[in-house]
Write a protein that binds this ligand. Structure first.
Ligand SMILES: N[C@@H](CCC(=O)N[C@@H](CS)C(=O)NCC(=O)O)C(=O)O
Length: 216
């Protein structure tokens, strides 16, 4: 059986987890934090998630694991068959990660420690987030899903990216729901799904353990 390694408080871990649950794939969850001894054998970059295939091979990077899941488990597809549309979904995944998740991630240590981020850092983050907002507004339809009529990996990616983007908003003051028309109602629709609710419940269940891990 394939194994997903990581922890449920991680938004990146929850992307492939959501895809596996959506497709009804049987898999094991290995609760592990990235500094665990030997974790580098699963992912040399020491980041969560990583994935072990049925054949015992290790993969890492959430987007790569998601693509593997789609190829290995084609049921309930999460990418369009049309070449252009499939790559449009990938573009949405990448812009969400690069211009909404990663800049806001730089502010997480301040949020977690209750300290104020330096103004120059906040300005840098805001400039990058502006690119993300413009990209999502240009590419996403929210009609009803991110890439249009079909529920795709872009929905899963954007939803979990927003977990970190929201935390950064406390420092930047950027209200993504206000800046991206359609975002809030789409988010409600996504979150109402049974799979999203299981992932959210597991995330909450891991919260205490995660904060103990980072405080150590
Ligand atoms: N590019 C990586 C990012 C994963 C990532 O940043 N994971 C966080 C948890 S949400 C992590 O492992 N952080 C530990 C660290 O940075 O040392 C991916 O797509 O999988």
């Amino acid at each position: 059986m394939p194994t997903l390694h990581g922890f449920s408080y991680s938004n990146y871990y929850n992307m492939p987890k959501h895809a596996l649950l959506h497709k009804g794939v049987s898999f094991e969850e290995d609760l592990v934090y990235p500094s665990a001894p030997g974790y580098n054998k699963l992912n040399p970059a020491m980041k969560v998630p990583s994935f072990t295939t049925d054949a015992g091979q290790h993969l890492a990077e959430a987007a790569v694991i998601c693509e593997y899941i789609e190829e290995a488990y084609p049921q309930k597809p999460l990418f369009p068959t049309d070449t252009f549309e499939r790559n449009r979904v990938r573009q949405l995944m990448h812009v969400a990660e690069l211009y909404l998740e990663l800049p806001n991630r730089r502010l997480l240590p301040f949020g977690f420690s209750g300290t104020t981020a330096p103004e120059p850092l906040i300005e840098e983050v805001k400039a990058v987030v502006e690119r993300g907002i413009n990209s999502i507004n240009a590419l996403a339809s929210f009609d009803p899903w991110v890439a249009g009529a079909e529920y795709t990996m872009a929905d899963i990616y954007l939803f979990y990216v927003l977990a970190v983007a929201d935390m950064g908003s406390a420092s930047t003051g950027i209200d993504l729901n206000e800046k991206i028309p359609g975002l809030n109602s789409w988010r409600g629709k996504f979150a109402a799904d049974e799979v999203a609710q299981k992932v959210a419940a597991d995330m909450q269940a891991n919260k205490e353990s995660f904060f103990k891990y980072i405080s150590g």
